[in-house]
Design a protein around this ligand. Structure first.
Ligand SMILES: C[S@@+](CC[C@H](N)C(=O)[O-])C[C@H]1O[C@@H](n2cnc3c(N)ncnc32)[C@H](O)[C@@H]1O
Length: 288
């Protein structure tokens, strides 16, 4: 796998925070009909499965969707493939590389808990946290270790498998945040904080961020907060301005905007955004 993933360091959101990014995507072909979801044109390694399910996970999509977009079974609409999946399809070892890189950093004693420390400070003890785009469970695992009840959801089955291996006994689920409906999956209790850390939104399918934010809002408890962190220019780029438009569309208002998870203020030249959002009273769920 490419060594160009970046981990902790400058621009990653402050002490102990990690904003992993992938290298720029190089081999893509935009569909002729102008849809915004690129489909990889280059070869896929023989035998590689673009979208592997962890054992027992129902796939809310079909692998053939990766080649064009079929309606998700039972849902009657097309699930847009995330940019993360486009990238891991382009390099089938990508998810494994990502998991091992973070395992290695943890083994070296690197501080990977900056986001979790901020979230923990916002919460009463034994609160409920949704780790949205949890990856291999770095943030949610740390919050569970601090006594919170955590549900983690990510679209990458390989990362969920790693979360289950490294942080067993927690609730890690494969799913696309644009379709998130945990009550329908038997998790009716809402969340005190939904954390969406580590560049989840820039790696979502372009144009789906408002739907994601709407689904996150729909899972909030009374007075709950959504906390989002991402870097400027990550992936194909998701601007801070567009984020605030999407958040408003989703019925979320910014209560606090920062440039790091250790609470430095946002400045015009900040390359990272951490936003604490709450539901606008009376706003409809914008996610459809
Ligand atoms: C850079 S990783 C960060 C993982 C984790 N939050 C962390 O900070 O360690 C970005 C993650 O966002 C997930 N993601 C992007 N769009 C998603 C979507 N629509 N639904 C679920 N997960 C998504 C990817 O699968 C990937 O695991």
């Amino acid at each position: 796998m490419t060594g160009a993933f970046l981990g902790a360091g400058a621009g990653s959101g402050g002490a102990g925070a990690v904003a992993p990014v992938m290298p720029p995507l190089q081999i893509v072909a935009l569909p002729a009909d102008g849809r915004s979801n690129p489909v990889r044109a280059g070869p896929v390694r023989p035998g590689a499965t673009a979208c592997r399910a962890a054992k027992g996970d129902p796939l809310p999509w079909h692998p053939e969707q990766l080649a064009g977009g079929n309606p998700a079974p039972g849902r009657g609409r097309v699930r847009k493939i995330t940019d993360w999946e486009v990238r891991t399809q382009a390099d089938p070892d990508g998810s494994r590389w990502y998991v091992e890189r973070f395992r290695a950093m943890a083994a070296q004693g690197k501080d990977l808990a900056g986001e979790a420390r901020m979230i923990d400070a916002m919460l009463a003890r034994s609160a409920r946290v949704l780790d949205a785009g949890c990856g291999s469970g770095r943030v949610g695992g740390e919050l569970a270790a601090r006594g919170h009840t955590v549900v983690g959801v990510d679209v990458d089955p390989a990362l969920i498998e790693a979360a289950r291996t490294d942080r067993p006994g927690l609730d890690w689920r494969v799913g696309d945040l644009t379709e998130l409906d945990l009550p329908a999956e038997g998790v009716p209790q809402p969340f005190d904080v939904v954390v969406c850390a580590g560049n989840v939104l820039p790696y979502a399918a372009p144009g789906t961020q408002s739907a994601i934010l709407g689904r996150l809002r729909a899972h909030l408890a009374h007075r709950g907060r959504v906390v989002v962190g991402f870097g400027r220019g990550v992936g194909r780029g998701y601007s801070f301005d567009q984020f605030f438009v999407d958040a408003a569309d989703a019925g979320l208002q910014p209560d606090l905007v920062l440039s790091t998870w250790d609470l430095l203020p946002l400045a015009p030249d900040s390359d990272f955004l951490v936003a604490v959002l709450s539901a606008v009273a009376g706003a409809d769920d914008a996610s459809g």
